[in-house]
Design a protein around this ligand. Structure first.
Ligand SMILES: [Zn+2]
Length: 406
C-alpha cells in the first residue's frame, strides 16, 4: 500500500528543526521520500492522509518499560499468583497500550519467563499487534538482590523474576542463557532497588568481575547491556566493566558523570518511577518500605538527571512504566518532568526519538522521518515545543505503515 502524509509541521530530528508543509511518502512499511513544501512527482498514486493541521514526528521510543506490570501499587504480589501464560497475555495488552499512547518502540527492561520475547515474536510474526519490542528476558542479579525472586528474596518460586548469580562464571552462563532464549540485550542489577524487600539502593550487588563477565558475553555478540543502578558505587563498577546504559542513576556523584562521559555510557533517568511512588505514597496502597526508600533517592534523582544533561552525557527517554502508578500508554508525563528541571522541549523530544534509536542501535530503522526508515509516525493537535503537555494526547499513530489511531 502506498500512502502519503501531508504534515502541518514535521519534526526533523536529524537537523533538530521543524519543517512546515512536508509530505512523507510511504510504500508498505518504509518511508520512500520526504518532500519539503511541494508534492513529489508520483503524488497521485499515493493514498492521502491529511495531517495538515497537526504536528508530526517519529514514533516515540520508551527505552525502559516492564510489560509484565501495569502501575498497580503491588503488581509483584499479583504476578506471583499467576502462570507465565497469564503474565504473557497481560503483557501483550500492556504493550498494545504503549503503542496506542504513541510508543511505537519499547525496550522491556526485564520480564518473567521470557514473556517479553514471546510477545515480541508474536507481534513481529503478525500473530498479534503491538509495538516493536527490544527484549532483556530475565534480569541478572545476586542472591538477595534486586532480581532475586519477586523482589522478595525470602520467597522461593518456580517463576523467578531474574537469574541469580554469585560468581563471574555464573554471570557468564546467565548472559549466555539469556541470549539463547532470544534476548536483544542483557539487564543486570548493579545495585539494590526501591521496589525490592531488604536491599539498599545505594549498595552495589554485583562485583566488577561478575558484571564484566556478563557484559563481555553481550559485547562479543555485538549486543548492548543495561544496568539497573542507583548508588554511585554500582554505577562506577558497571561503567568501568563496559555497560552500555545506566538506568535510574539516582545517587550519582561527579565521578560517575565523568566516567560515563569518558566511556560514552547512556543514562536512562526514568524520573517518573520515583516521582510517582513519592507522589501517591502509602495512602494509595504502595508498601511503606518502597515509599521510604524512594524518598531517600527522589530529590537526588532529579539533580543527577539535570547534571548529566548539563554535562553532555547521552540521555534517552525511559519511564520504568509498569511500576506503581506508572501506567502503560500514559507515561508521557516523563516529558514534563524533563522540562521541569530545565531540559529543553526539543531535547526532550530527541531523547524519545533520535537518542533512543541510537541507544538501541536501531538508528538505521527508527527515530527519524527520513527516506529508508520504517514508517513509525505519530502526530499531535498542537506543537509540543510550545506546550509539552500535548504529549499526553497523541491523535495519530502509525507503526510499520499501519494506522492504529487517527
Ligand atoms: Zn525497571
Amino acid at each position: 500500500m502506498k500512502q502519503v502524509i501531508k504534515c502541518g509541521e514535521m519534526l526533523c530530528t536529524d537537523k533538530k528543526t521543524v519543517i512546515k508543509n512536508a509530505y512523507i511518502y510511504i510504500d508498505g512499511n518504509v518511508i520512500v521520500d520526504v518532500r519539503e513544501g511541494s508534492e513529489g512527482p508520483d503524488h497521485k498514486s499515493y493514498t492521502l492522509i491529511d495531517l495538515s493541521d497537526k504536528f508530526v514526528m517519529p514514533g516515540l521510543i520508551d527505552t525502559h518499560v516492564h510489560t509484565n506490570m501495569n502501575g498497580g501499587p503491588t503488581e509483584m504480589e499479583k504476578i506471583n499468583s499467576m502462570t507465565i501464560g497469564s503474565v504473557a497475555i497481560i503483557s501483550l495488552k500492556n504493550a498494545q497500550a504503549d503503542l496506542m499512547g504513541g510508543f511505537t518502540t519499547v525496550r522491556d527492561e526485564g520480564a518473567y519467563g521470557f514473556t517479553d520475547i514471546a510477545i515480541r515474536d508474536a507481534i513481529n510474526s503478525g500473530v498479534a499487534w503491538g509495538p516493536r519490542i527490544f527484549c532483556s528476558g530475565l534480569a541478572i542479579g545476586s542472591t538477595g538482590g534486586h532480581a532475586d525472586s519477586h523482589f522478595s528474596p525470602y520467597m522461593s518460586s518456580s517463576m523467578p523474576f531474574g537469574q541469580i548469580v554469585d560468581s563471574p562464571d555464573e554471570a557468564r552462563r546467565a548472559a549466555r542463557y539469556t541470549f539463547k532464549y532470544g534476548a536483544d540485550q542483557i539487564k543486570i542489577m548493579a545495585t539494590g532497588g526501591v521496589m525490592s524487600v531488604g536491599d539498599d539502593p545505594g549498595s552495589p550487588e554485583l562485583s566488577y568481575e561478575e558484571m564484566k563477565a556478563a557484559i563481555d558475553v553481550a559485547r562479543s555478540r555485538g549486543r548492548i547491556s543495561s544496568a539497573h543502578a542507583h548508588g554511585g558505587g554500582g554505577v562506577k563498577i558497571a561503567v568501568k566493566a563496559g555497560i552500555a546504559t545506566i538506568e535510574h542513576g539516582t545517587l550519582m556523584d561527579q565521578e560517575c558523570l565523568d566516567l560515563m562521559k569518558e566511556h560514552g555510557t547512556w543514562l536512562v533517568p526514568t524520573l517518573s518511577a520515583g516521582y510517582l511512588i513519592a507522589k501517591h505514597g502509602v495512602a494509595a496502597g504502595i508498601p511503606a518500605f518502597m515509599v521510604e526508600k524512594t524518598e531517600l533517592v527522589v530529590e537526588s534523582h532529579f539533580k543527577c538527571c539535570k547534571a548529566a544533561y548539563d554535562q553532555g552525557i547521552k540521555i534517552a527517554f525511559g519511564t520504568d512504566t509498569g511500576t506503581p502508578f506508572d501506567v502503560h500508554g500514559h507515561q508521557q508525563e516523563e516529558f514534563e518532568l524533563y522540562t521541569s528541571v530545565g531540559i529543553s522541549a526539543m531535547d526532550a523530544l530527541l531523547f524519545a526519538t533520535k537518542n533512543a534509536a541510537e541507544l538501541l542501535q536501531w538508528q538505521n530503522k527508527v527515530g527519524s522521518i527520513s527516506t529508508g526508515k520504517l514508517a513509525d509516525i505519530v502526530a499531535f493537535d498542537k506543537s509540543p515545543l510550545d506546550d509539552i503537555k500535548v504529549m499526553k494526547n497523541v491523535t495519530f499513530v502509525m507503526k510499520d505503515g499501519v494506522v492504529y489511531k487517527n
